[in-house]
Each structure stands twice: as structure tokens, then as C-alpha cells.
Ligand binder design. Structure first.
Ligand SMILES: C[S@@+](CC[C@H](N)C(=O)[O-])C[C@H]1O[C@@H](n2cnc3c(N)ncnc32)[C@H](O)[C@@H]1O
Length: 484
């Protein structure tokens, strides 16, 4: 065992983080607000409790929301504009981060998102659930799934395949020697990996035949058709049929989110391509991420089981923190939605309060120009649940690119959202928008919305994905009403 003194380790990390701050300032400018990097938080903290109920590309971290809306954060006291009991709006609610943190702090919050699936995730996170009922239903469904699997040979096949793979990988990809040699350039993993991949394939194909595993995808019309092998498809259909039998609507929503999280993890893709799907795979492959031959999944049971337990734990944890406040995400286009009218349909009491008190301000991160297709990132869920997609109403989607026309429509889109939201806010509102404004569009957006930018906070964005670790910053714009 390698042993390192705690003091040395501490010194090392201090110097590492200190140097990082200096080099980032060099690259991004001295106006960088390092306190907003939140580099002291672990991943477990930035994905605490319900924040990790479902993957979602493009969410902000809860600490950022806390910093701006919690008046107990000392060094920001001078500027905090919200108090317990106020109502905050997030017109681009996404996976519901603002809603969750508002609840924790004691602030009411309304969210809006164009994507029905995103509102589902947000609402599942904040609504109070009957955990016993969820547990009962999960247990029932898991038993049904296990009984179904007992009649099939999938699990036996997968166990045998794993044994064979372990044997093979231990021999040809020993830990840690193999990765060490790759790092030192003694092995070219592209050549060696491909060679070993081919070497294992006959064993794999023999087992597939022996156990009569059906890998043939007859159609590729829908996302589900294309990205799921038949044994997995059968299990998804089975579980979905059981989900539909759940009587308690809230429980049904939670379990649907668990199913969606499960099927997301079971797409027929390599480990390296989970974030950006390339082509479906149905055979064992050399995995550069893990430095060995990996296999596709043949059953959803493992993930279903693990996410079921994880979800219950996270919901129970959040229950201990929740305050007695209202949070609701509405599905709609923030440019045109009548917020109070739609809220009335979902939560009458909250709508009454909102009409009386009005919204104090906004905390939100709008989509950026041409970066993400928000419906498409959860295509599997839209396919499975049959939710209506409204891709064409997304502001700044990837599919519309980053060209001049896209930027102009974006400016119009975001300013229209602000103009619409103003109708429901107090006169002296505060708007905070987190944006990656490479094209300097926000001054124009503010102008078009009759607002002025009163402050800008430049935040370093750390802990980005493996592939993209470059220095990068975003701005939190603080806007207020511009005198006529
Ligand atoms: C950057 S994400 C917000 C992420 C969020 N802050 C979180 O932590 O999960 C932007 C969101 O805006 C939504 N959106 C795009 N166009 C919209 C529109 N016209 N009306 C409402 N929401 C829209 C997208 O569906 C997406 O979920």
C-alpha cells in the first residue's frame, strides 16, 4: 500500500488549487470571481440528494443557486435580493435545480420548461411523495421482472460471459500494468485493443448462439428501435406495463423517472460514447475508457435495482431538509405562457398567493445559442412515454446552429421571455441570468427587454466533462428594470 502523509496531501492540493486559480486568471482575466468556482465542493455535494435523480446535460450546480438566493451566505449579503417567503421564477427550469434549492432555503418557486420530460423531472424532485407506496410498487415491479428473467437464460448467459471476459482481461489487460504501459507509450492501445477485441469475438459469438440470445434489431425507425437490443426492449416493455398499473399519480411519476434513468443507462452504446451516441453496438468491444474489453448490457435489472434504491434514499434525504413552501414546474413556452393562469390549474393555493404577492425575481440559466437539443437528449423517454415533443419551440437549439440568423432569433427569444415574465413580477424585480455569452448578446437582450445590467459576475466553470477540461467561464448577469 502506498501511504502519504495527510499534511503532504493537504499541501499538494492547496498548491494545485492555488496554481489553478493563478493560471485560470491568466487565461480568463483578473475579473474572475474565484469564490464562484465552488472548488471546495466534492461531486457528492454538487449532486446532493434529489439533484441526481436523473441525468440532464446542462444543469447548473446547486451551490451557485444557493449563493445568489440564500441571504445567509455571508460574503454576498450586500447583494442578495431574495428572502424567505418570496416567489422566484425560473423560466428555463430544466431539471429543476432552482426549484429544489428554493425549497431547501424556504422560498417559493415557479419553473417553466418547454420540454414536458424536463418538467416531470423537476416536479418529481420537489413534490412530497409517499415513500412507502413507492417502495411497495418498486418491490412489486422488481419481483415481476425477476420472475420474467427466471424463465429466460439472459442472466446465466451474462454471468458466463463475464467470467470469460474477466479471464481474458486479466490475461491481456492486467491492472495497473496495462494502463501504465499505454501511458508510457509502450503499447499502442488502438492497435493492441483492436487486435484483442477481434480475438475475443469468437467466444462471444459462440455464447450468443449457445444461449440463443436475439440481437437482431428488425427496425430502426424510433430511438427505442435503434438503441436497444431485443432482450432489453422486452424488459423495458414489461416494466413500463407494470408502471402503468400504479394508481397513485405521484408514485407513478417517480417510478417513471427511475425507469427512464434505467433505460438511459442501458442504451446499446460503448462506455466512451454514453454522452454523445455514435452507432449502436451489440458485441463486445475494446473500451478505451476502461482499458479492457467490455460488453453491452443484456438486462436492465442491475440498473433498475440500483436506481430504485438510490432514488428512495435521495427522496428520504431531501424530505429531512424540505421547508413548507410551494414549488411547481409548468410545461410551456416562456415567451407566451400565462404563468398565473397555468399555475392555477396545477396548484390553486400557490396561484392565489402568487397573484397577491407577485414574483420577486428570476434565477435562471437560459439555453445558449446552438449548444444542446433539449428534447433530443431525452429521446428515449419521449419514445417510451409517448410525450408530445415541441422541439421547434426550443430557444437556441443545437439543430438551428450558431449562425447569424440563429443568434438573432435567440436574442428575440430570450428578450420575449423576459418581457412576458415581467407581467407577473413586482416592479422592482431582480433578474439573474447565468449565461455563456461568447457573442455578447446579453446587452442587446437587456435593452430589448427594457432592463439594464446592473452587475456581472464572471464565474470559472471547473469540473467539466473528462474530454473538455479547458479554462472556461460564464457570466451571471444581474438585471433590473430600466427607468422609462
Ligand atoms: C440551460 S437549461 C436550464 C438548466 C437548469 N438551470 C438546470 O439546472 O437544470 C435551459 C432549459 O431551457 C428550456 N427551454 C428552451 N426553450 C424554451 C422555451 N421557449 N420556453 C421554456 N423553456 C425553454 C430547455 O428545455 C432547457 O431545459
Amino acid at each position: 500500500m502506498t501511504q502519504v502523509s495527510e499534511q503532504e496531501l493537504e499541501d499538494y492540493y492547496k498548491s494545485f488549487n492555488g496554481n489553478r486559480e493563478i493560471s485560470w486568471r491568466d487565461k480568463l482575466g483578473d475579473d474572475l470571481n474565484w469564490a464562484l468556482s465552488f472548488d471546495q465542493y466534492t461531486e457528492a455535494e454538487t449532486t446532493k440528494h434529489v439533484h441526481r435523480l436523473h441525468p440532464y446535460k446542462g444543469k447548473f450546480i446547486p451551490q451557485l443557486v444557493e449563493y445568489f438566493i440564500d441571504d445567509h451566505i455571508d460574503d454576498f449579503k450586500k447583494g442578495v435580493c431574495f428572502q424567505k417567503g418570496d416567489i422566484i421564477l425560473d423560466p428555463f427550469c430544466g431539471s429543476g435545480t432552482t426549484l429544489v434549492q428554493s425549497n431547501e432555503i424556504g422560498i417559493h418557486a415557479i419553473g417553466i420548461d418547454i420540454s414536458r420530460f424536463n418538467s416531470l423531472i423537476g416536479n418529481v424532485k420537489v413534490h412530497k411523495h409517499d415513500l412507502f407506496d413507492i417502495q411497495k410498487e418498486l418491490h412489486r415491479i422488481t419481483i415481476t421482472l425477476k420472475n420474467f428473467l427466471a424463465e429466460r437464460k439472459t442472466i446465466d448467459f451474462e454471468n458466463l460471459l463475464l467470467d470469460k471476459l474477466n479471464e481474458f482481461n486479466n490475461k491481456y489487460f492486467p491492472v495497473p500494468d496495462y494502463k501504465y504501459k499505454v501511458k508510457r507509450g509502450e503499447i499502442n492501445q488502438d492497435i493492441y485493443g483492436k487486435e484483442k477485441e477481434q480475438e475475443f469475438l469468437p467466444t462471444y459469438r459462440r455464447l450468443i448462439k449457445e444461449y440463443n440470445i436475439n440481437l437482431e434489431q428488425k427496425k430502426t425507425d424510433t430511438f427505442l428501435d435503434k438503441w436497444y437490443i431485443p432482450p432489453i426492449r422486452d424488459e423495458i416493455e414489461l416494466v413500463f406495463t407494470e408502471v402503468k398499473k400504479i394508481e397513485n399519480t405521484n408514485t407513478k411519476k417517480v417510478v417513471s423517472v427511475i425507469l427512464s434513468r434505467t433505460i438511459r443507462s442501458c442504451r446499446a452504446t460503448t462506455h466512451a460514447d454514453l454522452a454523445t451516441l455514435k452507432e449502436p453496438i451489440t458485441e463486445t468491444y475494446y473500451c478505451s475508457k476502461h482499458g479492457k474489453v467490455c460488453k453491452p448490457l443484456f438486462s436492465i435489472l442491475k440498473w433498475w435495482d440500483s436506481y430504485s434504491k438510490d432514488t428512495l434514499k435521495r427522496l428520504a434525504y431531501f424530505d429531512r431538509l424540505r421547508t413548507n413552501t410551494y414549488q411547481q414546474c409548468l410545461t410551456g413556452d416562456s415567451r407566451t405562457i400565462n404563468i398565473f393562469q397555468e399555475l392555477k390549474k396545477k396548484n390553486f393555493k400557490f396561484a392565489e398567493l402568487a397573484e397577491k404577492q407577485k414574483i420577486k425575481g428570476i434565477f435562471s440559466s437560459p439555453p445558449y445559442v446552438g449548444l444542446i437539443d433539449y428534447h433530443e437528449q431525452h429521446a428515449y423517454a419521449y419514445d417510451l412515454f409517448g410525450f408530445e415533443r415541441r422541439d421547434e419551440l426550443e430557444i437556441g437549439p443545437l439543430f438551428k446552429g450558431k449562425g447569424k440568423e440563429a443568434r438573432e432569433t435567440y436574442v428575440l427569444g430570450i428578450s420575449n421571455v423576459l418581457n412576458n415574465c415581467k407581467k407577473f413580477m413586482v416592479k422592482d424585480y431582480d433578474v439573474f441570468l447565468v449565461a455563456n455569452d461568447r457573442n455578447n448578446l446579453y446587452p442587446i437582450i437587456a435593452e430589448k427587454a427594457g432592463m439594464k445590467i446592473v452587475h456581472q459576475y464572471k464565474r470559472p466553470v471547473l469540473n467539466r466533462t473528462e474530454k473538455d477540461k479547458g479554462a472556461y467561464s460564464e457570466i451571471i448577469f444581474h438585471l433590473k428594470s430600466k427607468p422609462e
